[in-house]
Design a protein around this ligand. Structure first.
Ligand SMILES: [Zn+2]
Length: 341
């Protein structure tokens, strides 16, 4: 075996290795267990003693030489790979960042909070109630006659004979009065369900906000003043309210409440919000029917009186933002909801 030729050929191959993996393959070929040089070293023992030493020195020098070349090449390749990685992984801090979209509350939630904030500002306590409730709370205790049409299965979703998806937030009024004596200043908000065929102004699920005040000496004037404060906070400081006689089972007298149009000059010219009327209906209200106090303990109609009101969050949102069809609020199309983010 020509050791010098072997060393120079192997050195050339090692120095030409393109990467760490290729270098390792060459190392195994020239310095591994089966490499000719290593085989020759193993066979030294079979040589005559006088040749063994010189041959051993030669082979060991060759092996150390090749090991040195491999180490050198390995360092070189690792350095190059590091340089390459540093070059390609470099962060250019001057590039513009990736802007992540921020979340936002749905318009119904925003409106719900805006309205509740007004009543919290008036000193009301916000109370929650169940969406699935007993017929007792949803109808009976709210003075609905046994034959009242809204009790029908065509109007109301029944879970069982005596359990419904609440059709309004009014059951919370009874539950609140049950929970403690007067005075009561409370507001509640939540989903309600009615068997309505969906159209531009009705959906089978909707969000109601309701308020109840019971205290000594509460009159219709307090109700009107409260609703005026609410209308001005939500629809603008110049608003006026007017009450029109109406009927609800659980209030007496009952009123529908209009707010002066916030969209037009109210001079009778065409207006898509008020249809030229100058007034927009926003809610129903009334003085708590004294009969209701008979369903709870500790409320003497000779001692206390109160008012209640309820309004649809979707309707308020629709009026404030000029939304032509409240079903848009439930479709969750980001192109729509994103306009209110
Ligand atoms: Zn108008």
């Amino acid at each position: 075996m020509d050791v010098d030729a072997l060393v120079s050929e192997a050195t050339a191959r090692i120095e030409a290795a393109r990467d760490v993996a290729a270098l390792e393959e060459i190392r195994i070929e020239v310095l591994g267990r089966k490499a000719p040089l290593v085989q020759a070293l193993r066979e030294l023992a079979s040589l005559p003693p006088d040749e063994r030493r010189a041959r051993g020195d030669e082979l060991n020098r060759a092996r150390r030489s090749l090991e040195g070349v491999v180490d050198e090449r390995a360092r070189e390749l690792r350095r190059r790979e590091l340089e390459e990685r540093l070059r390609t992984d470099r962060v250019d801090v001057t590039l513009p960042g990736v802007r992540h979209p921020r979340g936002y509350s749905h318009l119904i939630e925003q409106t719900r909070r805006d309205i509740l904030d007004v009543f919290v500002g008036f000193g009301y306590v916000v109370v929650d109630g169940p969406e699935i409730d007993l017929v007792h709370y949803n109808f009976d205790a709210l003075n609905h006659a046994p034959t009242h049409p809204s009790r029908q299965v065509t109007d109301t979703f029944y879970i069982a004979d005596d359990v419904v998806l609440r059709t309004h937030t009014s059951p919370v009024q009874i539950r609140t009065m049950e929970a403690g004596p007067p005075p009561v200043y409370m507001a509640t908000a939540g989903r309600c369900y009615r068997r309505d065929t969906p159209d531009a102004t009705h959906t089978a699920m909707f969000t109601q906000i309701e308020g109840l005040v019971v205290d000594r000496g509460i009159t219709l004037a307090h109700l009107k003043g409260t609703l005026l404060g609410f209308a001005r906070a939500i629809f603008g400081a110049e608003r006026e309210v007017r009450l029109r006689p109406h009927f609800f089972p659980f209030t007496e007298p009952s009123v529908e409440v209009d707010v002066s149009c916030f969209n037009c000059a109210r001079d009778g010219s065409p207006c898509r919000v008020c249809k030229g009327e100058g007034w927009v209906e926003i809610l129903g209200a009334g003085m708590v029917d004294p009969n209701l106090y008979g369903y709870v303990d500790g409320y003497d109609p000779e001692e206390v009186s109160g008012f209640a009101f309820g309004l649809g969050v979707e309707r308020v949102a629709g009026l404030r933002h000029d939304i032509p069809d409240i079903r848009l609020l439930w479709e969750n199309d980001l192109r729509f909801t994103g306009q209110f983010g």
